[in-house]
Design a protein around this ligand. Structure first.
Ligand code: ATR
Length: 282
């Protein structure tokens, strides 16, 4: 068995456009490691069986993307705190006894990106304002609470979805509709867009940033375009900004370390490689 390369893959449906093979392939090459990282398209009707019998796949671990993160989590024998809290796993590995373990690294990816590009961003964690209430928003709210933000406001078009996240995370998280945005901007130390608005091909994110203190850090999980209108407008009025590409790159770090035994770095060459593949200019 020892001559067989450890193999991992991105699993989900679809997976054809996933950048994960490029990210892990870059790190495998950089570290001169014998390993492979591929793509496995898991049709929805076979997902439960696939994750339940994961050891039969020949993979030592995997990333999981939509729409299977919940199914994967439900199939795991062990989950880390983030995956347990979210009921969704994006990183899987088999332990020594063959048990399937799952983690959710989306929140860590968010934190890793800000830690790298805006050191000290959470030195005095205050009030965060999160736009959107999908899966990414949940991971980010979890991440912000882990860094001791005192209040996390969640603003969403469908307020009930924001309320569901707030109910889950407790009294520091408060749900609102869009009409409250102006008032909430006044007290924000951090503004995060987790909606798909502003992405190429989607409607614009139209926000009047005037009430936002110019000291507030503004970040976007959209990375196509790399500099969204939100980031452009924020930078033009003097706010510090961080783009969303690093979240994608940093969420991949824990899986690579698990599977291949080296903790990889998110470096400029990797950023440039992914940007080139996305056809996005830095
Ligand atoms: P993910 O799981 O990747 O975060 P998602 O669940 O599709 O993605 O969430 C997308 C987010 O963008 C949601 O908060 C969505 O708002 P709703 O919950 O009201 O659907 C938000 N969004 C998408 N299109 C929007 C639009 N045109 N106006 C306002 N919000 C929008």
């Amino acid at each position: 068995m020892s001559n067989i390369f450890p193999k991992a893959a991105i699993t989900g449906h679809p997976v054809a456009h996933s950048r994960s093979p490029l990210i892990h392939g870059y790190w495998l090459k950089k570290h001169g490691l014998a390993g492979e990282y591929g793509r496995v398209d898991v049709a929805p009707e076979t997902a439960e069986a696939f994750y339940r019998n994961f050891s039969a796949s020949g993979l030592i671990g995997a990333n999981v993307t939509v729409p299977h993160k919940e199914t994967a989590a439900a199939s795991c024998d062990w989950l880390d705190e983030a995956a347990r809290t979210m009921g969704a796993a994006n990183t899987l590995w088999l332990d020594e006894s063959g048990k399937l373990c799952g983690a959710n690294t989306d929140g860590l990816g968010f934190l890793g990106n800000l830690d790298q590009l805006s050191p000290d961003w959470d030195n005095a964690p205050g009030t965060a304002l999160v736009l959107g209430a999908g899966g990414a928003a949940r991971a980010i709210v979890w991440a912000l609470l882990s860094r001791k933000f005192t209040t996390v406001h969640i603003v969403n078009r469908t307020q009930e979805k924001a309320q569901r996240i707030a109910d889950e995370f407790g009294s520091k998280t408060i749900a609102h509709g869009w009409e409250k945005l102006g008032k909430l901007l006044e007290e924000a130390d951090l503004l995060v867009n987790t909606t798909s608005l502003g992405m190429t091909g989607k409607p614009p994110l139209e926000i009047d940033l005037a009430p936002l203190p110019t000291t507030a850090l503004v970040t976007d999980i959209v990375y196509v375009p790399l500099e969204t209108d939100l980031l452009k407008n924020a930078a033009a009025r003097g706010n510090p900004t961080v783009d969303g590409l690093g979240m994608l790159l940093h969420q991949a770090v824990p899986g690579f370390e698990r599977w291949f035994g080296v903790r990889p770095e998110v470096d400029d060459t990797l950023r440039a490689l992914i940007l080139e593949d996305l056809g996005v200019s830095a």
